[in-house]
Structure formats: C-alpha cells, structure tokens
Design a protein around this ligand. Structure first.
Ligand code: ATP
Ligand code: MG
Length: 227
C-alpha cells in the first residue's frame, strides 16, 4: 500500500458506531482524512457530526469497526498504549485534571513523573505563556472553566507530543486568552508539532489553521485552505 510520508495521520474508509446491532447508528462512515506533518488543521461542523468521535478514534480510545488508521506509516492497531500516549497529546472536550488533592504545580510535576519525562519546557514558562502562572498554587478543582482548559493544555504540552488533538480548545476562553492560545499553537507548530483541533469558532480557525475540514454526518464533506 502507498503511504505518503507527509501524512502524519491517515484515515481510510473508516466506519464507526458506538452501539452494535442492526439499528445502531453509524457515527463515522466512509471517512477519509489525512493530516499533514506540521500543519494546523481545524475540523468544523455541527453538533453531533462526529468531530470528537474522530479524535477519539485517532488517539486510540475507540476502535473503528472498519477502515484503517495510520499514525506515521504504522497502523494504529500496532501502536501500544504507551507509544500512543507519548506521541499524541489529546485534550478532551471536557478536560479533567486528576491530581485533585494538591495544587496545579503538583499536577504538572505528577504529569512529568507519570510519563517519566524531563519536560523540554520549564513548567513555569509554560504556565506564563498560557497566562496562568498565578494559578500554580491553586487546586485544579477550584479553577474556572477557562482556567481549567488552559491548565489541562499546559499538562499535555509539558511532554511535547508530536501530534496534538485538541477538542474545542477555545471553549470558554475570553478573547485575550484565545489570542494567546493562537500564538502558542503557531509557536508549537514552528517547533515541529502537528495540530488537529475541532472548533465552532470559525474566525479563530480561519486565523490560525492551514486547512479546515467540514464534517457532516460522519464524513468530511469539504476541505479548504484559508488565505
Ligand atoms: P459537538 O460539536 O457537539 O462537540 P461532535 O461533532 O463532536 O459534536 P460527537 O461527540 O463526535 O459529535 O458525537 C457524534 C454522535 O455520536 C452524536 O450523535 C452523539 O450523540 C453520539 N455519541 C457520542 N458519544 C457517544 C457514546 N459514548 N455512546 C453513544 N453515542 C455517542
Ligand atoms: Mg465534540
């Protein structure tokens, strides 16, 4: 099979349904998609069109019933959980932080221990660039919605995954924070990261994405490259 090395993620003829049975609804169907190395790609599309589901399939949370997913040239089936976790940073639509007995600073330390990494970033620098260094002594469960979103992003950036899957990263962010996020994503891109995100914020997507895809009823129906 031909594999384009420029595609960091490739999805072919994917079918996915949450429930099995004759009447079960297909959530993703005949879906083809590829993510080029180094790009920022935004998935747009209505509620329930399948954006979050696609992200979950790509990071290995859900297994498709049919079709193929390749990360680099390797079939997703052949990736171990640990390998996937190291290469892919996934920000869920409703992120949670887990080290809830202690401060955000401890959460970051815990993240590094958990992955057995020495982060290429200074935790404090990362928090500063996200505008949340003043929150480092706070407990994650005391954070506001937007603050939690940024804290979760900081935890996942710490290990510098090559691929970022961000489900609604602008959700709950004020305009200043949104701008900061855009700057950070472009900076990460220049450091070699590839970003696949979902968004309902078309303006944000147009500003920072290299390509946008429109999802409708489980398929990407059109793709565009904003000027
Ligand atoms: P939104 O813009 O609201 O985030 P989305 O495009 O991300 O929507 P998905 O979360 O992928 O949509 O959901 C696609 C469809 O799959 C929806 O109809 C949803 O109800 C259904 N679905 C999602 N998760 C599950 C689940 N765990 N079990 C059953 N059905 C589910
Ligand atoms: Mg979603």
């Amino acid at each position: 099979e031909e594999i384009d090395m420029a595609d960091i993620v490739r999805v072919n003829n994917l079918f996915f349904q949450y429930e099995i049975g004759k009447k079960a609804e297909l959530i993703l169907k005949e879906l083809d998609f590829s993510l080029r190395k180094g790009e920022i790609y935004t998935l747009l599309g209505g509620n329930g069109s399948g954006k979050s589901t696609l992200l979950k399939v790509i990071c290995g949370i859900h297994k498709p019933q049919r079709g193929k997913v390749y990360i680099y040239e390797k079939s997703l089936k052949r990736w171990t959980r640990n390998e996937l976790a190291k290469s892919i940073g996934y920000l869920p639509q409703n992120p949670k932080l887990f080290f809830i007995q202690d401060t955000l600073e401890k959460e970051l330390q815990y993240t590094m221990e958990q992955w057995d990494i020495e982060s290429p970033y200074e935790a404090t620098t990362l928090l500063e660039s996200l505008g949340i260094s003043h929150l480092r002594h706070k407990h994650p469960y005391d954070l506001s919605g937007g603050e939690l979103q940024k804290a979760a992003l900081a935890c996942l950036l710490l290990r510098k995954p090559e691929i970022l899957l961000l489900d609604e990263p602008t959700k709950g962010l004020d305009p200043v924070s949104k701008k900061q996020l855009g700057k950070i994503l472009i900076q990460l891109q220049s450091n070699g990261m590839t970003v696949l995100m979902t968004s309902h914020d078309v303006e944000f997507a147009a500003k920072i994405a290299d390509r946008c895809g429109m999802m409708f009823e489980g398929k990407i129906t059109s793709e565009s490259e904003p000027a």
